[in-house]
Design a protein around this ligand. Structure first.
Ligand code: FAD
Ligand code: FES
Length: 422
């Protein structure tokens, strides 16, 4: 409550009996001016606005290199070069960064389901708890007629969307469990739930202090910008990024630029930084442990497992017809060993969240290409690259820690080190 007041939200109240407490069972902070938008309609409107002003949008044109300067350049994987006054890398997590950003944000897999509920049985609010892992709920129309506009039209009832049960990408004891836990939680708190109609999952980038990184890419030319670290608030952060980055590119100051500055290292986030750094460093230990299976024969149809082959580790998937598909298990980003996600049937990297399909093709960065083929001679230096990545990670974590320590010392000398020191 005090934090909300400090942020200027004067109308937030602590409600002992809110419209949703009977489902969650506790007092609530109530934010009265909530809004709900249809994300697809919002995006369609943005596309129309860009095109109206003469902009052109090229999908399916992955970029492999970005360089600042005059002009800045983006080079696509097909070899085309786009020259511009400035480049904004808004690829969810930046592919053009080694550790300046990836050392300060972590990829989390988050789960969601949509369950049918009778109309008016649940109040139309967005509500979330403070558990770890957290849960949130919201309501939308259950539009079943084919071709009906999303969010409108004749509707049979309502869909309760429930999300949460996040875990670090690539790090779960059993990838099937979060969905089961989410459904049990839903049924325990919302007994009016009928069938679960949809389930899905995705990734969110959690920063060390909860706010997005929007601004100049640290350590890069001044006309290369990033927008990342949405922490599950991509609609809000994306809108802020549009406003803030326009000002920065046009040379105007913006009151939010320090708040979202990608180069920031808040002192209060030092424990989180250390925790995440240690977690990532520990993932590299996988290289010296055994595989999930001792031989390819143990991998069941429809499943995948890491199998040791000499000094190398292989990501092995057996398809439903019994054919074996093997790739090298080293993530092409910075050399971690990928994990088999038995629910999504994907290979997920536990270090910075890259994801690959069951055959090893790239789904989501920061990696820029799929897992190397077993006979790919160019991937032979995996041990050297993994070792250099660990060293790189250690050096950067140490330099971040040193920078924080230095700032703490300076603040103590100036007598400023209090809870508000940043
Ligand atoms: C289950 C779930 C629920 C969520 N709920 C909410 C919510 O209620 N409210 C909210 O505000 N946010 C929510 N979020 C978060 C929000 O969806 C994301 O933060 C947001 O979509 C991120 O937007 P983005 O543009 O950064 O990334 P994306 O939407 O992932 O877009 C990145 C784009 O970059 C492209 N790309 C990637 N690599 C390259 C390359 N090398 N070259 C060219 N293009 C490339 C991709 O193809 C993609 O089109 C949720 C997320 C999940 C997973
Ligand atoms: S995403 Fe960075 S090592 Fe895999």
């Amino acid at each position: 409550m005090a934090a909300a007041r400090r942020a200027g939200l004067d109308d937030v109240t602590l409600d002992a009996r809110s419209t949703v407490d009977r489902f969650f069972g506790g007092p609530f902070l109530r934010f009265p001016r909530q809004g709900q938008i249809d994300a697809i309609s919002y995006l369609a409107g943005l596309v129309r606005a860009v095109e109206r002003r003469g902009g052109r949008i090229f999908g399916r044109s992955p970029v492999r290199d970005v360089a600042g300067g005059r002009p800045a350049r983006a080079v696509t994987r097909d070899g085309w070069t786009v020259a511009a006054r400035a480049v904004v890398v808004a690829t969810n997590t930046p592919f053009n960064d080694r550790l300046a950003i990836h050392g300060k944000q972590a990829a989390y897999t988050t789960y969601a389901l949509a369950a049918r509920v009778p109309r008016d049985a649940v109040p139309r609010v967005l509500a979330w708890d403070t558990a770890d892992p957290y849960h949130y709920v919201r309501l939308t129309d259950d539009v079943r007629e084919p071709g009906a506009p999303s969010g409108g039209g004749a509707s049979a009832g309502e869909l309760l969307i429930v999300g949460g049960e996040d875990h670090k990408t690539g790090q779960a004891d059993d990838f099937r469990r979060p969905h089961a836990r989410l459904e049990s939680w839903t049924r325990a708190h919302f007994p009016m739930v009928e069938e679960v109609a949809f389930r899905w999952s995705g990734e969110v980038m959690e920063t060390i202090d909860g706010l997005a990184y929007i601004g100049r890419n640290p350590g890069d030319d001044p006309n290369v910008f990033v927008a990342t670290g949405d922490s599950g608030h991509g609609m809000t952060h994306g809108t802020i990024a549009g406003m803030l980055l326009c000002d920065l590119i046009d040379g105007r100051t913006n009151p939010w630029q320090l708040v979202y500055d990608p180069a920031r290292l808040p002192m209060r986030a030092a424990p989180e930084l250390a925790r995440e750094g240690t977690n990532v460093a520990l993932q590299y230990a996988r290289w010296v442990r055994g595989g999930d299976a001792t031989s390819v024969d143990e991998v069941l149809p429809g499943e995948g497992a890491i199998v040791r082959s000499g000094v190398d580790l292989l990501a092995v998937h057996r398809d439903d017809d019994g054919r074996v598909h093997a790739r090298r298990a080293m993530c092409p980003h910075l050399g971690c060993v990928v994990s088999w996600n038995a629910f999504e049937k994907t290979w997920d990297c536990p270090c910075h969240g890259s994801r690959f399909d069951r055959f090893g093709e790239l789904i989501h960065g920061p990696a820029q290409r799929g897992l190397a083929r077993v006979d790919d001679a160019g991937a032979d230096g995996f041990a050297v690259r993994a070792a250099s990545a660990v060293l790189d990670a250690a050096l950067r974590s140490a330099s971040m820690a040193a920078a924080l320590a230095l700032r703490a010392l300076r603040a103590i000398r100036r007598g400023e080190a209090g809870p508000g020191a940043r």
